[in-house]
Design a binder for this molecule. Sequence first.
Ligand code: SF4
Ligand code: SF4
Length: 295
Amino acid sequence: MAYKIAIASGKGGTGKTTVAVSLYKMLCRELEGQIRLVDCDVEEPNDSIFFPEAKKVSEEEVRQRIPKINVADCTFCRQCADYCEFNAIVVLPSAGFAEVNSSLCHSCGACLEACNYGAITEYDQVIGKVSCYQTSVGEGLMEGRLKIGSAMQTLLIKELKKKVPLNVEMILYDAPPGTSCSVVETTNDSDYVLLVTEPTPFGLHDLKLTVDLMKELGKDFGVIINKAGMGNDDVYRFVEENAIDLVGEIPFVSAFASCYAQGNLVEDMPMEITDAFNAIVEKLRHRLLVDKVSL
Ligand code: SF4
Ligand code: SF4
């Protein structure tokens, strides 16, 4: 069974993708294809940009079953609306109106069970797609891409994760930014979560929110401080006072920022950054020992 690490951050722009892609590229060397990077930021997946050589090997549409009320058979009894926990059904008897709002529907099927008049049928609605890429180290990259206008991030992440082979050594989930349901869905089956932050007041504020979420979810987690050397010491103080595992620090190096801007991570990494990632990999090795996992 694969060991799963989610890489998350309280807000965008903290370097979450940098960490996910760099760790994947570094670990690929020792895991020889036995690792997958799964881009769960389905609203804006961008990990593939960092693999210009990658070839898409498969692409599959993901569909959602949506109920449809056939007004000709409907008695407007409102039973379905009462059963819908997500307020996705509007029934207006006086107007002869009964409709499902597909953007609120979670496809739980309760309304179909509730209707005694056979007035509800279902249809498929495309919510996005899942793609696999062959990179220079094998079919290592997977991503979900939400269809524009769809609000079904969580469902798409769930379907994306179902398609990840579990017979590899390690899976890295690149989580969406924030503390929403999509982050919960991404991290819920992970063995360890790396929270990426930066030493600024905004970084600290968002880190506190993500730490609270991880505690609520009962997750093992550690922190990586990106752009170390900028800002102030408040994030360090918070990490120390709360006895949080400081997994690593990535120094702010402007040459690395330009590597990122050109989509070029790992190959031309400045030495300080390579050292920082080597230290992070060592810490992760220690974590795997703690979790009694051998790679
Ligand atoms: S399938 Fe579930 S969520 Fe969707 S409309 Fe029916 S009851 Fe509501
Ligand atoms: S339960 Fe069936 S009959 Fe009643 S309002 Fe809903 S669709 Fe119409």
